[in-house]
Design a protein around this ligand. Structure first.
Ligand SMILES: [Zn+2]
Length: 265
């Protein structure tokens, strides 16, 4: 198995990898573990003291639940695994509050966390607009959870595709450019009547085969390499892409160890 980093964005939120020598089912298991089993923090309980805004309590609570919060997995534990046995303590829940008066737009940055290490990933996310003298006041609790329970606890978008194998055969000589115009990703280029593939953009290919269909001479060949994949991890911001990957492998390992124990029994 080979894993090669193709590109990553600033802040380690988004990364693209070439994965060689694994079957799709293995990669799909990893994808599901990353998206559905790696826990992150999200607001779960909101107690409203005042809400004069135009939005119902439930709608504001829903919006709060979807705010990505920075998650430090080492210092937090899932409620069901916590030493407090689910009663709620500093290790399994994060307390926060907000008290604002209009006229103003209430943003994520206005939430005050008891633990200063935790913050909203995107401080400029709007929550609700308050009119003159309207007030919003609440206390809320965030807990760790898993994406399989609710998408607000999913750490990001994880997806993969087969590696594209794009070839131009010798038959192409008239430089009709039909394939260049058909490709929605701009992967094919034509310079001075000569057709070429832009290698830098090759991984943008989503195997739509528009180039193959557009070519009147059958000169463009597009296939998928079924032993090689392109994997994308796009974090919503709670964890870095590296943490998402590492945590998923740890969860996988624990699941296999548990299975081994059961088989031995
Ligand atoms: Zn606890």
């Amino acid at each position: 198995m080979k894993l090669e980093l193709v590109s990553k964005e600033k802040g380690n939120q988004k990364a693209c990898f070439e994965v060689d020598g694994v079957d799709y089912w293995f990669l799909n298991s990893m994808r599901r573990l990353m998206a559905n089993e790696v826990p992150v923090l999200a607001i779960e309980d909101v107690e409203f003291r005042k809400n004069d805004s135009a939005l119902y309590d439930e709608i504001i609570a829903l919006r709060l639940g979807l705010l990505p919060l920075t998650t430090e997995l080492k210092s937090l534990s899932l409620k069901e695994n916590c030493t407090c046995k689910g009663a709620g303590c500093g290790q399994c829940q994060v307390v926060m509050s907000l008290k604002e008066k209009g006229p103003k737009m209430v943003y994520a940055k206005h939430i005050k966390f008891k633990d200063p290490k935790i913050e909203c990933v995107y401080p400029e996310m709007p929550i609700v607009k308050l009119d003159k003298n309207q007030e919003l006041e609440f206390e809320a609790i965030a807990v760790l959870g898993k994406g399989k329970e609710h998408v607000k606890w999913s750490p990001g978008l994880i997806y993969y595709k087969y590696y594209p194998l794009l070839k131009i055969t010798e038959k192409c000589k008239d430089g009709c450019k039909a394939c260049v115009e058909a490709c929605p990703q701009g992967i094919l280029e034509s310079k001075g009547g000569k057709l070429s593939i832009n290698d830098k953009k090759l991984l943008d290919c989503h195997l739509c085969k528009a180039c193959v269909e557009a070519c009147p001479h059958g000169s463009v060949k597009l296939e998928q390499d079924e032993t090689k994949h392109v994997l994308y991890i796009e974090s919503w911001g709670q964890l870095s892409f590296k943490d998402i990957g590492l945590e998923a492998t740890e969860i996988f390992e624990n699941k296999l160890l548990e299975l081994a124990k059961l088989i031995k029994k």
